[in-house]
Design a protein. Structure first.
Length: 88
């Protein structure tokens, strides 16, 4: 298993433990909505939204790195040499 996946699992475990230990209901006000919800649920939803945003940003950043070459051009080949010096 890759080290990055172990790190993600460790963070998930920490968030789960933290949210379970803070399970008291709290009032939440957001854009005119007023609800009373468990702190654990607020923490878990916030962590989930942060993880999804991070995943989307990472996917967007890698999009250019794995794009297929256009029009059959090998991206690893050098452009043809063109002599631009003037000869008498």
């Amino acid at each position: 298993m890759k080290l990055s996946w172990l790190f993600v699992l460790f963070l998930i475990l920490l968030v789960a433990i933290f949210s379970v230990q803070n399970a008291a209901p709290i009032p939440v006000r957001f854009l005119g909505w007023n609800i009373t919800i468990s702190t654990a649920l607020v923490i878990l939803l916030s962590a989930l939204c942060g993880g999804l945003i991070g995943l989307l940003v990472a996917m967007y950043a890698r999009r250019g790195a794995v794009a297929p070459p256009r029009s059959g051009v090998d991206p690893n080949s050098a452009p043809p040499f063109r002599d631009t010096s003037e000869s008498p």
